[in-house]
Design a protein around this ligand. Structure first.
Ligand SMILES: [Zn+2]
Ligand SMILES: [Zn+2]
Length: 492
């Protein structure tokens, strides 16, 4: 998506107030994240899914009243700018692609996967239409959860990383007293795009072409209000353990393991309190693990930055840990990154304490405590495992992270933007785990102790109050040992 330019323009000229259909299709916000940028220009938000990230930029404009001459001048200026940017955009792309957005498919790519076909990579017994019914339900429930800023409706079928992306965004929106209502949600195409195997898991990527109208409002500063209609393509990735699909988690609110009713507000720890089963582990049904915008999804096909020998290393880790899967460690990296950004925005180092090493904590805590910037927009566009290496009996995973954000400052009841547009940034995150570590009983990313499974709160105390084990120990789980900007990483 290349809406940055137009987001700014429409903001400057307040054209949305005229209800002129701007360059529709590229301007809006929605749950699920907006697409990545095209390499630096403009902005692009995105949820990586879930992103969650959530896509929330749009090309709206402040509401207000305009007299006729302002309207005429605005139309005139917009027409001029439109022609300038058409030329620039075409020139930049050097192709005859639509200069303002990703090409939209007219029809689902040839159905690569039929219920009865031997599809490359399809798990035995894969039922395409039953799967797509779940995707449709997930898509609608996620949009509804987004409008309500409440994860309850979707918690049971989303991964912890996806949950955290939403949760961070909801916290920021509440701080800034923002709402984002979606209406006219319509899925025009839905297809299975690709199936792959990852450790003991199957991953199915579903393509969704949809449109909706969204209305964004900031009670603290109505200049940030935006409204518009968009059409977009997103890829929703679902994960499930080999041979595990067969229970339904979409049309029921009961535990897929024991049948007990699940609480309405599951929260961080996605566990049945009767049988202790982790509901969203992929042991029971398809779990939404990522939402990727069309152009980011294409860029995912570019593996150039992955280090040589990564595949062999991944095979080694699968043999070593049993529960290892690239999608799941990327989910932990997303989760950690989102919680670190929450920690920074809320200037509360306790939020990240349990999953960063002592050394990294010492380095970041003073900065985060002092920080007074929060995020008007925060999207995690992509998280990709690029390297795995063993050093001194510890395995280290390196992830390339692409995020986009727009910072704001909240003073009393007033919000001021610090970035006039959404900025894209690349970071490198390292997670470390002992080579001798076994599979944990819980996950610090879910707010429970990975040694005994007991619940833990956001706290600076890193000893589990039940079993006394160290929460940020690399003996039990993957712990964040470094977070650097890409340029600092390259220089190191
Ligand atoms: Zn249960
Ligand atoms: Zn414990």
């Amino acid at each position: 998506m290349r809406t940055g330019i137009f987001t700014r323009l429409s903001g400057i000229f307040a054209l949305a107030a005229l209800e002129i259909p701007l360059f529709t299709g590229e301007l809006l916000a929605r749950a699920g994240g907006a697409g990545g940028g095209d390499g630096g220009s403009g902005y692009s938000g995105g949820g990586n899914g879930v992103d969650y990230g959530i896509d929330t930029y749009r090309g709206y404009a402040p509401s207000g009243h305009f007299n006729f001459s302002v309207i005429v001048i605005a139309i005139f200026l917009l027409a001029i700018l439109y022609s300038i940017f058409s030329v620039v955009a075409k020139f930049r792309k050097g192709s005859n692609d639509n200069a303002f957005g990703e090409p939209m498919p007219d029809a689902a790519p040839d159905i690569r996967i039929d219920n009865d076909a031997g599809i490359p990579g399809a798990p035995p017994g894969f039922d395409r239409s039953a799967f797509l019914t779940k995707v449709r339900k997930a898509f609608n429930d996620v949009q509804m959860a987004w409008c309500e800023q409440n994860s309850d409706l979707m918690r049971r079928f989303i991964s912890d990383g996806v949950y955290q992306r939403f949760s961070t965004q909801f916290k920021m929106m509440r701080l800034l007293r923002q709402t984002n209502l979606l209406s006219g949600i319509n899925i025009s195409m839905l297809w299975v795009d690709r199936i792959e195997q990852d450790g003991q898991y199957d991953i199915v990527h579903a393509g969704i072409k949809a449109s909706m109208t969204d209305r964004f409002s900031c009670a603290l500063n109505h200049e940030l209000d935006e409204e518009g209609k968009s059409e977009f393509v997103e890829y929703w990735s679902f994960i499930c353990k080999h041979g595990a699909a067969g229970r339904d988690m979409y049309d029921t609110e009961q535990c897929p393991n024991c049948g007990a009713p699940l609480p309405k507000d599951i929260g961080e720890v996605c566990q049945c309190k009767y049988c202790n089963a982790t509901i969203n582990s992929g042991e029971f049904d398809w779990v939404l693990a990522e939402i990727t915008q069309q152009d980011d999804y294409r860029r995912d096909g570019n593996h150039a930055e992955k280090y040589a020998g990564l595949d062999a290393k991944v095979d080694e880790m699968e043999a070593l840990y049993g529960d290892f899967c690239v999608q799941l460690v990327e989910d932990k990296a997303s989760n950690a990154w989102m919680q670190m950004m929450t920690s920074k925005a809320m200037h509360d180092p306790a939020i990240m304490r349990r999953f960063v090493t002592d050394e990294l904590f010492r380095q970041l805590a003073p900065q985060y405590e002092k920080n007074r910037e929060i995020f008007n927009r925060l999207f995690l566009n992509r998280v990709t495992l690029i390297n795995a290496e063993k050093k001194e009996n510890k395995n280290r995973l390196t992830f390339a992270i692409t995020c986009s954000y727009q910072r704001a400052e909240l003073t009393g009841n007033s919000v001021r933007l610090l970035d006039q547009e959404i900025v894209e940034r690349e970071e490198i995150m390292t997670l470390t785990r002992d080579a001798s570590a076994g599979a944990g009983k819980g996950s610090i990313y879910q707010h429970n102790c990975s040694s005994c499974g007991a619940p833990v709160k956001d706290t600076l105390d890193i000893k589990c109050s039940f079993c006394g084990s160290t929460l940020n120990s690399t003996a039990n789980d993957w712990i964040v040992s470094a977070l650097l900007s890409r340029s600092a990483f390259m220089a190191s």
